[in-house]
Design a protein around this ligand. Sequence first.
Ligand code: ZN
Length: 440
Amino acid sequence: MKVDLIIKSKWIAPVIPKATLLEDSAVIVKDKRIVDLCPQEELKTQYIAENTVHLSNHILIPGLVNSHGHAAMALLRGVADDLSLNEWLENRIWPIEQGIVNRDFVLEGTNLAIAEMIASGTTCFADMYFFPDEVAKAAISANIRVQTASPILDFSTIWADTADEYILKATKIHDQYRNDELVYTAFGPHAPYSISDEPLKKIRVLADELDIPIHMHIHETKKEIEDSIAEFGCRPFERLHNLGLITPKLNSIHSTQLLSNEISIMGALGTNVIHCPSSNMKLASGFCDVNSLIHQGVNVALGTDGAASNNSLNMFNEMRTAALLAKAVSDDAAALPSYQALEMATINGAKALGIDELIGSLEPEKFADITAVSLNECNTLPVNNPISHLVYAANSSQVTHVWVSGESIYNEGVLITMNKNQILDSALKWQDRIPKELAL
Ligand SMILES: [Zn+2]
């Protein structure tokens, strides 16, 4: 059989079947998709490839799925550090955004973020930000997969004035990209405290009709719960449950303040949680009880959040932090073993985004979205346990190759589909435009 690409690798962690590790095997790619995984010794009799890549000290994994972020905020990295969420968001980030966010900001900031994400092994990211069409444009140009969650708020921003206008724009973005192989869409109602009941009901109906996810910051802080009880007489979760939003379509981002009955309802109804451990710790938002969520059957995926609250878009950091934090929070060293942290950063993310039939594992018929990591470094030799090394020991600088739909987008430190110098020049340009009195 003639194929496009054979990637031979010392190790492969396909993620499905669970916790599997293949040795001296290869991934075979044809027409953007994986057609087979087989032992290297069987290759000669079965496949002839246009292009063969030999990776003798590497592990291949599914491209990482960053399930929550605000890519363009890469331009706001280091702005207003060390503040609580409310102080950070309402008194610093929103006023800064009001002053400088426009189409150029989103396109150039997203390009900067994509370059960082590709170089750290991410092949798909979920994004919630203004001008989602610019985010889509940047992703298509870089050949990286994205799910844009169109923002929806009650109040006016540069993107729209009323909740109805935000919703209309979200449906238009969905129409525009409904047949695109790289761009997927979602509704992005910002948070229970920034959007009222009527638009939420409309979003629920539309999400069902269009069969797309709802991506929302939920139970991020204790204050959010207290304010909701004062305003609505109930916790945000109860309000959303009454509105019919607790469904498999919902991606509940952060979720640091869940009661045990809320966790069991989430498990029973199939809601996804997007865990953002670094952002939660940096903003002192609280701890997401990942161990209990997993035990109640909740699909937990992993996100970096924006670079202004992390301050990195590196999913290797996130996997390690998630694995360590789960143990600390549950007082159980067996919580979140390395293979499960890798699942959170791959197949669980794909499932939350509703595209696990297409990506998230190295299996025949899925898109060939693949990341190669060299383990031939001081911090990962000897290779006693490759999947453990990926989560607990490897640095993202050990990513050597990245493919999306079988196309090489990163090769030995070089971005193939992006112009790095241009990205750096654009980023530098924004350095003087952020008001210092709000930034520091
Ligand atoms: Zn966020």
